[in-house]
Design a binder for this molecule. Structure first.
Ligand code: 0A1
Ligand code: ZN
Length: 888
């Protein structure tokens, strides 16, 4: 719990540790309520630390049973212990050992940090500060130690005993007085690692096994452990793992380094997964899949998360972070790597669009609101709250920009240098960037502002065409609004990839400049804006071109460019860049939707636009890639529209406007949509691959529009699909389509879906989420009822996220209901969850991050709801931090 006087942790206060811990020997006796942990630490003064400093080990709620220094009981007063700290005021100034025995209660651990239970299994989560809930330690990422872990448990309760590294020994123990047959296993991890990468698992689990031969000939035994009976559901995860291992060798030259790589899936987990050395622990949502239970999106997520955690072995584990301010060093880079992997496994164009949609949905609002923070933060109160879209997704975008800026070759040399120079160390973002400066010979100090300044820059573009001179002039300006603690921003270094599109496609880029370097830069199609503004003149342009700007989304900025509607139509038809072609359709739709919201607000009915509908018709008839066409016909989300409008948001008007445009497109494109729907009917055996998934995506996008345009015919199609679907993708899409219309059919379908899948918690989560996102007026009372459903539990983070999380982040109209009922509900849940699982409570509360953009009535209600939390005397540090910053 944090008091109001708590001081933040500051980057500028970083000091090397005064002591190092070379090795850790842990002996863990698993027990449901009284697990014993005996730890032997080999400690020595750090030559780079302060001599004679006190040694203060972190703890969190630990019960101490015994302590020894160099195997002897310390004299009175030598060691001062509390549940939160173990302190030696005058530790030996030479190498010594410290033995500490602690007791913890895994069953009572509802925070799911440290040693806890998921079902009957024991598992751990130590990032960022969970190891101190197991034993006293210098629980900071720059203390690297070699771990040997002996695990002991009842054989019946936990026949499986896993820890990091390689298994060195295992065996039976004499049956104790209690008649329980016990056994043990010893694991050794030769790679020095920080405590946050420690893991153990004990339990009775099923498994699948495979092997991977690295390119230098190491045979790695692969295991995935799941609940008994679920083994076949782990096959896709195993396949993804092998592809990720092979890809990392070819794309980044990185090989796996232990003899074993294990993954354990558990159903109670705060996050997606965790990259513990050699023993990844996963939320089972990112492991288990079958065509009948997982959607295509689920398959894509499994592939990405399996790869992400595996890639951490080099970016995170072999090279770790000096301190938690450097979190993006491992997370942004690893997200960049998993995006590249998924792009290579699937359609790069479609993947880029999906990534940008996700960035705009999660990161842009963060950057525009009270929770905005740097990609490399400089202060924090609670590090748990910094596992954010900014650190992860924007962190990845920054690296992507770096690659665009210095080119693929220099980028690759920089990566090699980084691996070579920093392997085995705890590094900083400066260390990382210095490798690219060296590899490219470029000064990247201004580029570093992306790490030091928060907020999404606005890129304004204006153009003019001079027919007589044959010139096209482009003026670019950047500006950045103040963000918390940063009133003034220096210009960002923004790579702007662009092209000019004529009636038949791309035009050659010729510029009017005497400066050869600048001409080369512009003719390459990537223009670097590193000053507040710049003008480029293109010559030999025969007719007014359409500007295709920010190709591939070359920088994480907001773009303001008043393209004519005719230009947008040309880009939709002709742009050679698949991202800007899609963006042109989104921009057009967003313009129609923004106008419609204003019309609805003024009591008028929105005007229809046939040109846009015609352009989408051509997409449907001409596009060769169904997955891409699906993206093209999917309108901006309600949250996208809210962001484009930016202030004085009325979510109900946005909902009505979007529904109106969907209906207009559904009606206007009816025959095209019917044709697509019929043409893409499932044929042949199921495949999770991108091509098959793309066909399903387009067919279901067509169904969605048909249901909006022709409710009765659409519902008939959806009912048929719901009855006969043999994939979860098609089944949940049909249910979603039926759920658009309140009434008996919807309720009957919801009941059927539950009956079909009641035994599968992950599928029931989809059922919770779908209902939580219904725009109907009675959704909140439905959700309240569902919190009492036998399949729901506040103790399980997946359940909470699928019901309450989906409501707070995915139901714009009802969460922001005009009477404040949505805010009140979420606040009530946050307060009730906080004492049990503060991390999940705080995450839920961050759904309020855009409250200041709402219209005055809703804004006042949101503020009042937040204040009800803020006035509480007892809050976790996690929730206190989010509520204070949200109101700050
Ligand atoms: N490093 C993990 C994310 C993670 C962070 C904290 C956790 O604690 C509950 C769990 C996982 C990743 O990037 O996948
Ligand atoms: Zn990660």
């Amino acid at each position: 719990m944090r008091t109001d006087s708590a001081e933040p942790v500051r980057l500028k206060d970083y000091k090397a540790p005064d002591y190092l811990i070379d090795s850790v020997d842990l002996n863990v006796k698993l027990h449901p309520t009284a697990a014993r942990v005996v730890s032997r630490l080999s400690i020595r003064p750090n030559p780079n630390g302060r001599p004679d400093a006190a040694l203060i080990l972190d703890g969190d709620g630990l019960i101490v049973k015994s302590i020894a220094i160099d195997r002897a009981a310390p004299a009175d007063g030598v060691v001062v212990v509390s549940p939160q700290q173990l302190a030696l005021a005058n530790p030996p100034q030479r190498p010594f050992t410290l033995d500490v025995e602690t007791e913890v209660n895994p069953t009572a651990n509802s925070r799911l940090m440290g040693l806890f239970r998921s079902g009957s299994a024991y598992c751990t989560q130590c990032e960022p500060e969970g190891f101190r809930r197991i034993t006293f330690f210098l629980d900071r990422p720059d203390v690297l130690s070699v771990y040997t872990v002996r695990l002991e448990a009842s054989r019946a309760e936990a026949p499986l005993l896993l820890a990091n590294g390689n298994l060195v020994e295992a065996g039976e123990l004499a049956t104790g007085e209690d008649g329980v047959a016990r056994h043990y296993a010893v694991w050794h991890d030769p790679f020095p690692k920080p405590s946050y990468l420690f893991a153990l698992v004990g339990g009775d689990l099923g498994s699948i096994h495979d092997a991977f031969l690295t390119r230098s000939g190491r045979r790695v035994a692969l295991g995935i452990y799941v609940e008994h009976g679920k083994e076949p559901l782990a096959a896709y995860a195993m396949d993804s793992l092998k592809r990720a291992m092979a890809w990392d060798e070819t794309a980044f030259g990185r090989e796996y380094d232990l003899d074993v790589f294990n993954i354990v899936a558990v159903s109670d987990f705060n996050m997606g997964a965790m990259e513990n050395k050699g023993l990844n622990i996963f939320n089972d949502k990112y492991v288990l899949a079958s065509p009948a239970t997982a959607t295509d999106a689920d398959y894509a997520h499994i592939e990405a998360v399996i790869a992400h955690e595996y890639f951490h072995n080099w970016t995170g584990n072999r090279i770790t972070c000096r301190d938690w301010f450097q979190l993006c060093l491992k997370e942004g880079l690893t997200v960049f790597r998993d995006h590249e992997f998924s792009s290579d496994m699937r359609s790069r164009a479609v993947h880029r669009i999906a990534d940008v949609r996700a960035l705009r949905a999660a990161q842009f609002p963060e950057d525009a609101g009270p929770l905005a923070h740097n990609v490399r933060p400089e202060t924090y109160y609670e590090i748990n709250n910094f596992y954010t879209a900014t650190i992860y997704e924007k962190g990845a975008e920054v690296i992507r920009m770096l690659k665009v800026l210095i080119g693929a070759e220099s980028f690759s040399r920089g990566m090699d240098l980084y691996f070579e120079r920093y392997d085995g160390t705890a590094a900083t973002v400066e260390d990382f960037i210095s490798c690219f400066a060296e590899a490219s010979g470029r000064d990247l100090s201004d580029f570093f502002r992306w790490y030091r300044q928060s907020g999404t820059p606005l890129l304004e573009a204006a153009s003019s065409y001079d027919a007589s001179a044959g010139t096209f002039t482009l003026h670019l300006e950047q500006s950045s609004k103040p963000t918390p603690g940063q009133d003034h921003k220096e210009p960002f270094v923004i790579p702007v990839a662009l092209g000019l599109v004529g009636p038949d496609g791309d035009l050659p880029l010729k510029t009017e400049t005497d400066n050869a370097a600048s001409a080369r830069e512009i003719e390459s199609g990537v223009f670097v804006l590193s000053t507040p503004q710049r003008t480029i003149i293109f010559r030999d342009v025969e007719s007014r071109p359409a500007l295709s700007i920010l190709r591939g989304f070359s920088a994480p900025v907001r773009l303001d460019y008043a393209a004519s509607e005719a230009d947008l139509i040309r880009l939709i038809a002709r742009d050679s860049d698949s991202f800007t072609r899609w963006q042109a359709a989104q921009t057009y739709a967003s313009r129609l939707l923004t106008r419609a919201v204003a019309d609805i607000g003024a009591g008028k009915s929105p005007a229809e636009d046939y040109d846009f509908v015609d352009a989408l018709a051509s997409v449907l008839t001409e596009s060769a890639d169904p997955a891409y066409a699906a993206q093209m016909i999917t309108l901006p989300s309600e949250a996208d529209i809210a962001r484009d409008i930016g202030e004085n948001i009325d979510p109900d008007a946005i909902h009505a406007a979007r529904f109106g445009l969907r209906r207009a497109i559904g009606k206007g494109l009816s025959s095209h949509l019917h044709t697509v729907y019929a043409r893409l009917a499932p044929d042949g055996p199921y495949s999770p691959d991108a091509a098959a998934a793309g066909r399903r995506a387009l067919r279901n996008a067509a169904l969605d529009l048909l249901c909006a345009g022709e409710p009765e015919e659409g519902a008939a199609l959806a009912s048929r699909q719901f009855a006969s679907a043999d994939t979860m993708t098609d089944e949940i899409a049909a249910l979603g389509a039926l759920a658009q219309t309140p009434g008996e059919t919807r309720e009957a379908a919801l009941k059927t879906f539950y009956r079909r899948h009641a035994h599968d918690a992950l599928v029931v989560d989809k059922w919770f989420a779908l209902q939580a996102m219904l725009p109907d007026a009675d959704t909140l009372s439905r959700i309240k009822d569902l919190t009492g459903h036998p399949a729901f539990s506040f103790a399980n983070p997946n359940r909470v996220r699928s019901l309450v999380g989906a409501f707070a982040t995915g139901n714009l109209t009802r969460f922001n209901a005009a009477d404040g009922s949505g805010f009140d509900f979420v606040v009530e849940i946050v307060l009730c969850l906080d004492p049990k699982n503060p991390q999940v409570a705080a995450r839920l509360l961050s759904a309020f991050k855009s409250w200041r953009t709402l219209e005055p009535g809703r804004k006042a209600l949101a503020e009042a709801a937040l204040r009800r939390i803020a006035v509480r005397d007892v809050l976790s540090a996690d929730v206190r931090d989010i509520v204070d910053r949200s109101l700050g």
